[in-house]
Design a protein around this ligand. Sequence first.
Ligand SMILES: Nc1nc2c(ncn2[C@@H]2O[C@H](COP(=O)(O)OP(=O)(O)OP(=O)(O)O)[C@@H](O)[C@H]2O)c(=O)[nH]1
Ligand SMILES: [Mg+2]
Length: 401
Amino acid sequence: MFFKRFRKNTSPEANPSTIDDAQKDNNNTALDNVSDSNSDASSATVDAIPEASLELSAELPIEQPIENTPELIEKEKPSLGFFQRIKKGLSRTSSQLVEGIASVVLGKKHIDDELLEELETQLLMADVGIDATTQIIDKLTKAVERKQLSDGDSLYAALQQQLRDLLVDTQAPMMTQPQFVDGKKMPMVTLVVGVNGVGKTTTIGKLTKRLQNEGKQVMLAAGDTFRAAAVEQLKIWGDRNQVAVVSQDTGADSASVIYDALSSAQAKGIDVLIADTAGRLHNKSHLMDELAKVKRVMAKLDPNAPHEVLLVLDAGTGQNALSQAEHFIKAAGVTGLVLTKLDGTAKGGIVFALSERFKLPIRFIGVGEGIDDLQPFVADDFVRALFGTQHSSAQNTTTSS
Ligand SMILES: Nc1nc2c(ncn2[C@@H]2O[C@H](COP(=O)(O)OP(=O)(O)OP(=O)(O)O)[C@@H](O)[C@H]2O)c(=O)[nH]1
Ligand SMILES: [Mg+2]
């Protein structure tokens, strides 16, 4: 194969800014202080906590300016259709991946090893990753050998099909229909996890709006009890969407906040409860254990909760997203992915690498900071948006019931 001269460029590497910041943030995290006596999350521990405050955040004073407030986001006019929004959001990846490929492939009369090698380079440079790239190039090489592809243009079309095939298994909408157990409505519970600053809280705000548009009653749990600003940030999103946010003071036990929220959501007949969590570095095992505790505590109220564990990954971290996913899957039983910040990166090819490696559903992609910039992941739309081809499927459902 053609990998020799690229391997050194594609080894997993920490995202310089995101991971360093995450490391710093986590060195003294309040999560470090979760005592072992709590780790069993007995009901006594849960019962002993004071009632979490259930309040409509509209009533809360907002004292400090917070990054990414809806007020800031309001500036953006959500005038684009969803496909155009994805296309615009993927423009950097598209320039890196598609323009590069088109320039080496289109118009070529013959397909030889050199052309396939150039194609391979382009895929690797856009963070498609070694495994997915190998798979694609192997299939294309076989098609060339079987004389199914003869020139650059047919190779270009076949590549798009290969990319679509890689993604198709990971296209599965999020389940949001509440279940009924013994006649009692049980909210669908979504736990949102990920390293620091990847876009967890913003994703929750955007998702809340989408679910409301679909007629769902939503409640939020401020499970990031580490930073005061984190609770406030979630309350602002709650205020904007007019949904209840269950919170306790900074430093409270995250599991107990989420427990109270689930208890309240069950009592109020809420459809979907979404729980925020503090950003945590994936290779800090004690921080990852905290997520297992959160899940154990929830299961006391509903053995099936959480129904969804959404791992949020910043697409700009490139290959490091694979390592994050590996750790979170192991520690928290991730059931779906959200790829954020695709608009700010040329490394969107990581979507293919993640699909190939984990085969986990990609529930949503984030293509901007605006409230309408969270889009359901549809494989065909994604590839069409990347390659700038005409949209035909016109699909924009968030969830499945
Ligand atoms: N451009 C862009 N920015 C985004 C996207 N999603 C989130 N952001 C921005 O990323 C920054 C961090 O977002 P948060 O939602 O606070 O991230 P977080 O994971 O909750 O962070 P911690 O709670 O500190 O771990 C904010 O400035 C968001 O506006 C996206 O899809 N595109
Ligand atoms: Mg957050």
